[in-house]
Ligand binder design. Sequence first.
Ligand code: SF4
Ligand code: SF4
Ligand code: SF4
Ligand code: FES
Length: 982
Amino acid sequence: MPKVAIDGVVHETQPNELLIDLINRTGGSVPHVCYHPQLGPVQTCDTCMVEENGRLLRACAIGVADGMTISTKSAKASAAQVEAFDRILSNHMLYCTVCDNNNGNCTVHNTTKLLAIEHQRIPFRSKPYEVDNTNPFYRYDPDQCILCGRCVEACQNVEVNETLSINWEDPNPRVLWDGGSTIGESSCVSCGHCVTVCPCNALMEKSMLGHAGFLTSLRKSALSGMIDVVKGVEPETGYGAILQISEAEEAMREHRIRKTKTVCTYCGVGCSFDVWTKDRHILKVAPEHGPANGISTCVKGKFGWGHINNEDRLTTPLIREEGKFRQASWDEALALVAHKLSELKTKSGPDSIAFISSSKCTNEESYLMQKLARAVIGTNNVDNCSRYCQSPATMGLFRTVGYGGDSGSISDMEKADLVLIVGSNTAESHPVIATRVKSSHKLDGQKLIVSDLREHEMARRADLFLHPRPGTDLAWLSAISRYLLDNGVADTKFLDQWANGLAEYRKSLEPFTMEAAARISGVPEETLKTVAQMISEAERMCILWAMGVTQHSQGSDTSTAISNLLLITGNYMRPGTGAYPLRGHNNVQGASDHGAMPNMLPGYQSVDDPEVRQRFETGWKVKLPSAKGLDNHQMVEAIHEGKLNGMYLIGEEMSIVDSNANYVGDAFAKLEFFVVQDIFFSNTCRYADVVLPGAPSLEKEGTFTSTERRIQRLYQVLEPLEGARPDWEITQEVANRLGAGWQYQHPSEIMDEIASLTPMFAGVNYERLAGYRCLQWPVAADGTDEPLLYTKRFAFPDGKARLFPVSWIGPTDQPDSEFDLHLNNGRLLEHFHEGNLTYRTEGIREKTPDTFVEVSPELAEERGIQSGTWVQLVSRYGQVRVRALVTDRVQGRELYMPMNSLESPVNRLTSSHTDPVTNTPAYKETSVHLNVLPEVGESPLPRINSRFGHPTPQNGVEVERKWKRPDYAAPGNGLVQLQTKK
Ligand code: SF4
Ligand code: SF4
Ligand code: SF4
Ligand code: FES
């Protein structure tokens, strides 16, 4: 190991280590204002000067080399550090005691102290700009901005939204949004990266302002007066004494500000962060150590918590009486639930009752829900919403490689040479995963191919964008596989060693010539050959896919075709390769993992395997049913047929998010007894007989499993709102009133039981998951987990993968002369799913108030439609009224409707057709007729929506432009300019 001497002490270094990291790792101290380990060297602040052999170096910009002798404290280095920091203070008014950022982590405050600055040699100079308050979630104060550029680096190269820059050539540089727009009218997507990394109070969450400090809620005039007083005494007392006062105030804050780690409640990326709270007020979300996300979040995880303290929260159980709901005590409501479930079981048998668990709830809660169904009621009628999206992807992987989960981690997607995205609007549905792909594509030469109906952000960034006809991905994917095999560029060595079934698979590919694929998909043969070429040239390829694949009548087969393609190109078993079906909800992976499925006990152990059943029967001390239960699609049919009479549903807006919503609603109306547990009175609650108020993620403990199979703990940030209860406690109460005798005191005990019965989770426990620690299943008893699957073998008895033949059938519900347009649907960045949570955050509502239907410019012209025109969409199953948004994201006769609406849910239009293998609805196969209505309203997306902004892509903060300023000279004497990047 190379050795470096720092201030006379010799240290061993680590490979590719930056000098600043070595100094910090070994307990040294050198100021560093602009350096942030997750951003790499930015080199704007000049405070990290060190001396080596008489020359000055920026410690953040240089990698360690054997034999270096570094001084961080020599007179030369110290003078340069102080000079650089003086320049910073001329851009920032120190008023720490009355600053909401005075929380012990302000870099400017801490560096003032570290350098023992007593007096400011260069006076503070105000900048000629107003504070920008135009974003609902954060504000920028140019006068406090030290021009470190961390925010620019984060926005340009981590989030890669490319909104921010600094006008280095201007006499008064500042941070710019879209080159000079207000924040509110810029392309800023409010992901919060910039605010998170700002080392001072220049960018602040509005939820902090006036709330974090003891004196910060004072009127502005009073605050200004106090700041003047502080400035007045500074020449005499020096900063030392002033900082002591601010540190006393900071210490007082420690007693009232709680910082609690949680995991995001929205999508399957699994971002984790600390939530800062003062009583029930959420001060801010602080991402820093998340294993999936680091400093990253999207607008929902960073700012979308308006639902927590919303006045609409359910806090009292409700019982329907004579068609109306009345409030009831917990005791009465639970007694009624137990009585009715018990009565139904006696009268019509256990299989007359069904259970829907929630992919928003914890693993432990899904486990208890399926245990209630199986061990207490005696039915396998239990499912979760992965049926609506993920089951086909899981099936494709079960068929081919053995485990139903992402084969690697987000870090593998970053490492890949080629990422192929099929049917996933990743930048909006899995925003933090998209940042990693965008960054590798922008900075590291990663190639990107996107196949989608819409030209969304990832499509616009792609090296190659394919627009196949709806539902035809299977055809072109299989043709690529055949072409690679036919042309001898498949990975035959890998296939020989690791895959079964090649001969049969090859035979199944016979119909998939390039010519046939081009005819079916509409993608030209030449383009498909380019795809094949790019795949064959890539050393490491990852394929990401989502609901654009799975929500089709051949969702399972297309997922299988994807995995087949990865196998024939040898893109499994190595870092930077693999299959990534991106999971939608925060815990949709975990809900299935923990047995909320009609055919599987926890850990994907089949209900009809006597050995498995025996283990659970011994553990639970009951006899278990062996016949597969009903999935949630079959449940709706069974209600209509009169075979299913009772249902207990937790945290799912099923009456809106299941397809053919009118049909589902009619079914719920027929139920003899229906219990809905939720945090709001959802649309589904309207059909309930009893409504039980559950608790959102911030009000309970447990674990979530993200798309990477990453199990992470969430800690209780807030007490449940008075009257609401954590869902696991409610389920336990129901079970006990039915005679179960469960005695779980804490979710950790539930996890211990799961681990004892489920080989896949044998080594999972709360200690191993403490804080930001996590495990990616499968987890062996000794706690060894598998961030990358299949490194030694595939998950089949012989260790080999299976090429699984599929054939082309084609989509259902095709357009005809009456229903002449194809309707696609999906998510929007700002809203999650139907929007029950996100519409309760005011800033999100302000920027994205409603759903709409995207209409192509061609169709708009043909039908006389403009953005804001009201239209009626009519399908074979229902109709909705919605405003049009004319955009070139869609083409020709294809429409797109985001699913975030309670008033006009797209699922009034979708059908009951399903993928026959998994019963996942073919949501994306919907044909409609469009009637233009006479009213023209405002555009459904206001001007302040980020989609109307104009990003300014550039290569990070571009500090070289600062160095070229005529008034710039490096501090100290003898700086060697180095531009080392990590
Ligand atoms: S998109 Fe907006 S919030 Fe996100 S880093 Fe850029 S400027 Fe900041
Ligand atoms: S706003 Fe940006 S440039 Fe200004 S201090 Fe904060 S991170 Fe640095
Ligand atoms: S919604 Fe997804 S990407 Fe956004 S913060 Fe939450 S987990 Fe991360
Ligand atoms: S930390 Fe800012 S230049 Fe090194």
